[in-house]
Design a protein around this ligand. Structure first.
Ligand SMILES: *[C@@H]1O[C@H](CO)[C@@H](O)[C@H](O)[C@H]1NC(C)=O
Ligand SMILES: *[C@@H]1O[C@H](CO)[C@@H](O)[C@H](O)[C@H]1NC(C)=O
Ligand SMILES: *[C@@H]1O[C@H](CO)[C@@H](O)[C@H](O)[C@H]1NC(C)=O
Ligand SMILES: *[C@@H]1O[C@H](CO)[C@@H](O)[C@H](O)[C@H]1NC(C)=O
Ligand SMILES: *[C@@H]1O[C@H](CO)[C@@H](O)[C@H](O)[C@H]1NC(C)=O
Ligand SMILES: *[C@@H]1O[C@H](CO)[C@@H](O)[C@H](O)[C@H]1NC(C)=O
Ligand SMILES: *[C@@H]1O[C@H](CO)[C@@H](O)[C@H](O)[C@H]1NC(C)=O
Ligand SMILES: *[C@@H]1O[C@H](CO)[C@@H](O)[C@H](O)[C@H]1NC(C)=O
Ligand SMILES: *[C@@H]1O[C@H](CO)[C@@H](O)[C@H](O)[C@H]1NC(C)=O
Length: 389
């Protein structure tokens, strides 16, 4: 039994390593050195992160405190402001152009992954015909660009997982990348239209970016998202966050204790999957390729979720009916008696030209990982078809 347990993830990893991108697209992998302007960051009191490399027990206690009393936690440990100057990071990204020709010349979809993954979430290596959004996009004639968030995949992993790898840094990076796409800095072609497609924390970053650079985005597809953050505590505790280096030493030895992953496959299951509406091999593959989250990002998430966006373009929200993180697994609940949690998310976008909701049935937070994924992609591309040339 033990042998079986350790062999399964390895088999899944071997499968992952044998996948080199969708056969229907020309994909170019590159590393972009992103130099950030001076930007505000959230400080961390030195009594919270004395050595930037907390033990498992210490980081668990921090999670417990942050969930028990979020207000007190930020007041005690994260008061005031700090700023970062001169930061520059290597960010890995993949541009995929359809082999049969780009039917939307001048438009690129920017794919922004969420917590627990790198950008491989968008080009899933297991049965990509079913689960790879990038492959489907190429089949529909769309160019896509995906990138690994700081601290994941092939992007830089700064040692300081509090002051550096935090939500305000992620926001600066996404704004820089949107700008780069317009300026011709990705693949040598200046895109006139950038469509933001996010999942979870990727949707959170796109929403925040759309408030800062509303004119640089032409449409938003926000998956695994809602304006109802009431389940954040569930997310923080139910993942049983564990030091990445101790949990998957083959992949993460060398990372400090601030980098954490779901401690067990079943912890990832409750957050991302709705049983039994997914292929168990997908869940195995997903856990075997899981990517770390820093405590700095976890503790600063609310800096990106508290505001509205004056984005005027169309917004399409795509969240599974059983999303645990953004709906407490009940997206059909109507908090005001008239509108579902998903419909109420329109309040984040008071100026949007068109707000719509699609909620695939029998689907948890990991939108791309359920049996419903192909039908969900059909919905997204039909929606996009109404807005882009
Ligand atoms: C301010 O940020 C710098 C680096 O970004 C960090 O070294 C320093 O500890 C931070 N100070 C506080 C109080 O968070
Ligand atoms: C905040 O938490 C600290 C440590 O647990 C405690 O001593 C303090 O009384 C709390 N403050 C408030 C306002 O709850
Ligand atoms: C950090 O928090 C502790 C406990 O609230 C406080 O005593 C200390 O003054 C704070 N340190 C800084 C540098 O703000
Ligand atoms: C795409 O648009 C650019 C600029 O408008 C043009 O130069 C180029 O020929 C177009 N490419 C295709 C394949 O239509
Ligand atoms: C796609 O998923 C279905 C349902 O699990 C499965 O029957 C089919 O073989 C999969 N297709 C490919 C190409 O793997
Ligand atoms: C959105 O527009 C309103 C009205 O013009 C303005 O008061 C508000 O500050 C704007 N919000 C943002 C985030 O720019
Ligand atoms: C969030 O959802 C919960 C039910 O899951 C509901 O009680 C609460 O009122 C909702 N809040 C908002 C702002 O939608
Ligand atoms: C809900 O709908 C009813 C009937 O249209 C209306 O009277 C009521 O004001 C609505 N409540 C809210 C909170 O929108
Ligand atoms: C939003 O766009 C869809 C087409 O994609 C259209 O059917 C719907 O009427 C539009 N809604 C509004 C409020 O403009």
């Amino acid at each position: 039994m033990l042998a079986l347990l350790s062999v399964l993830p390895l088999a899944a990893l071997a499968y992952a390593n044998s996948y080199h991108g969708p056969p229907n697209a020309h994909c170019v992998q590159a590393t972009y050195n992103i130099a950030l302007p001076t930007y505000p960051t959230i400080p961390f009191n030195s009594s919270l992160a004395p050595d930037l490399d907390p033990s498992q027990a210490a980081l668990t206690e921090l999670i417990a405190q942050s969930v028990t009393s979020p207000g007190n936690f930020s007041e005690m440990y994260m008061s005031g402001t700090n700023s970062s100057t001169g930061a520059a990071y290597n960010i890995f990204g993949v541009l995929c152009v359809p082999k049969d020709g780009d039917k939307h010349n001048g438009t690129v979809q920017l794919l922004v992954h969420g917590l627990g993954y790198d950008s491989g979430y968008w080009d899933f290596g297991f049965q990509p015909e079913n689960y790879s959004y990038v492959m489907r996009a190429a089949a529909e004639g769309h160019t896509t660009f995906r990138y690994d968030r700081l601290g994941t995949g092939k992007s830089d992993h700064p040692f300081d997982g509090y002051h550096e790898v935090q939500s305000l840094t992620d926001l600066e990076i996404i704004i820089s990348i949107i700008t780069l796409l317009h300026q011709g800095g990705v693949g040598g072609k200046a895109y006139t239209s950038v469509i933001g497609v996010g999942h979870s924390y990727g949707s959170i970053q796109l929403t925040a970016a759309s408030a800062f650079v509303p004119n640089l985005l032409s449409a938003l597809v926000l998956t695994g998202f809602s304006a109802n953050a009431s389940s954040t505590g569930q997310f923080a505790t139910s993942n049983a966050f564990s030091r990445a280096d101790l949990t998957q030493p083959d992949r993460f030895t060398g990372l400090p204790g601030s980098y954490v992953i779901s401690g067990l496959p079943q912890a990832a299951q409750i957050n991302f999957f709705y049983f039994p509406f997914y292929d168990p091999d997908v869940a195995t593959f997903s856990y075997a390729t899981i990517e770390p989250i820093t405590q700095g990002v976890l503790f600063t998430l609310s800096a990106l979720t508290s505001g509205q966006s004056n984005f005027t373009g169309p917004v399409h929200l795509v969240t599974g009916d059983r999303d645990w993180i953004f709906c407490g697994a009940q997206c059909g609940v109507k908090p005001d008696g008239n509108h579902t949690i998903l419909e109420l998310t329109k309040i984040v976008f008071p100026m949007t030209s068109n707000f719509s909701v699609y909620s695939p049935a029998n689907t948890g937070h990991g939108i791309n990982l359920h049996f419903s994924a192909p039908a969900t992609y059909t919905n997204i591309f039909n929606w996009l078809g109404g807005f882009i040339a």
